[in-house]
Design a protein around this ligand. Structure first.
Ligand SMILES: Nc1ncnc2c1ncn2[C@@H]1O[C@H](COP(=O)(O)OP(=O)(O)OP(=O)(O)O)[C@@H](O)[C@H]1O
Ligand SMILES: [Mg+2]
Length: 243
């Protein structure tokens, strides 16, 4: 079965993937490669020596599916307190797609990124405490991740608009050659703690930019939030692929 995605607008795009609401399940999303930025383009952009690696090693969907399966195996259900679930691959008319849990607020809107929430509201006490909860979880469970970027974390809202939890939707796994779980647990925890401390620095930097007029970059804005009664169309400027 091939899912048709090309007749709907993606709700978001990252540097590498377009994200669509799953046409048959509003609780899931499907991520496909951006047609304007192929794997070969991505490899070319890396330069020597990284461009010697096989094309498949540049595929975020493959990497994400692999890492999510290993997280589930290692941590069971508790990994998904702060990480979106992954349901494997489907064929689509825009190439192979990875199906993941779509994080929505309790009113049905697609959750906004931490970057957007910080930009709109600043680093409120409530948000600070949500970041602390995520960081404690990350360090305690020693979750292997790349840098925790503000557009790869979404803020899920409960009834009444309070923050229910932060969920990491991208950037799992480790960039290193040695699988993270081969390291002693203390080293894994130190690695995770470096990621959470960098996250705080990134938050500080964004808060420092709040005086400027426009949202920095285009990552982290939704193209629509999938609520027909509250269309929230935002057209982020610029779309140069970024890695
Ligand atoms: N599971 C999800 N639930 C809610 N929103 C999501 C989900 N996955 C992605 N998004 C939204 O789509 C955007 C882009 O998704 P994603 O980060 O997976 O793309 P990418 O191209 O891999 O990103 P990058 O630029 O970091 O490489 C996110 O910033 C987020 O706003
Ligand atoms: Mg991303």
């Amino acid at each position: 079965m091939t899912l048709t995605l090309s007749d709907q607008a993606p709700f978001a795009q990252g540097g590498n993937r377009l994200c669509f609401v799953h046409p048959e399940d509003p609780g899931r999303c499907v991520k496909v490669r951006r047609p304007d930025f192929s794997l070969a383009d991505r490899r070319r952009k890396k330069g020597f020596p990284k461009n010697l690696k096989p094309l498949s090693s540049f595929d975020d969907n493959l990497e994400e599916a692999r890492v999510m399966a290993s997280l589930e195996h290692r941590y069971g259900d508790r990994a998904f307190r702060h990480i979106s679930r992954c349901f494997g691959f489907v064929d689509t008319d825009m190439g192979r797609g990875l199906v993941s849990e779509l994080i929505r607020d309790s009113d049905g809107a697609i959750a906004q990124t931490l970057k957007k929430v910080l930009w709109d509201e600043g680093f409120t006490d409530e948000c600070r405490s949500a970041v602390e909860t995520l960081s404690t979880f990350w360090e305690r469970e020693a979750i292997p991740s790349r840098d925790l970027l503000l557009h790869n974390i979404v803020v899920q809202r409960a009834d009444g608009g309070g923050i229910q939890r932060l969920v990491v939707i991208d950037g799992l796994g480790s960039a290193g050659l040695v699988p993270a779980h081969w390291l002693p647990i203390a080293a894994q925890r130190r690695k995770a703690a470096r990621k959470t401390s960098n996250l705080l620095q990134r938050i500080d930097t964004l808060i420092g930019q709040r005086g400027q007029e426009t949202f920095p970059g285009y990552h982290g804005l939704l193209l629509h939030d999938d609520r027909p009664e509250h269309p929230n169309q935002q057209h982020p400027g610029g779309s140069a692929p970024h890695d």
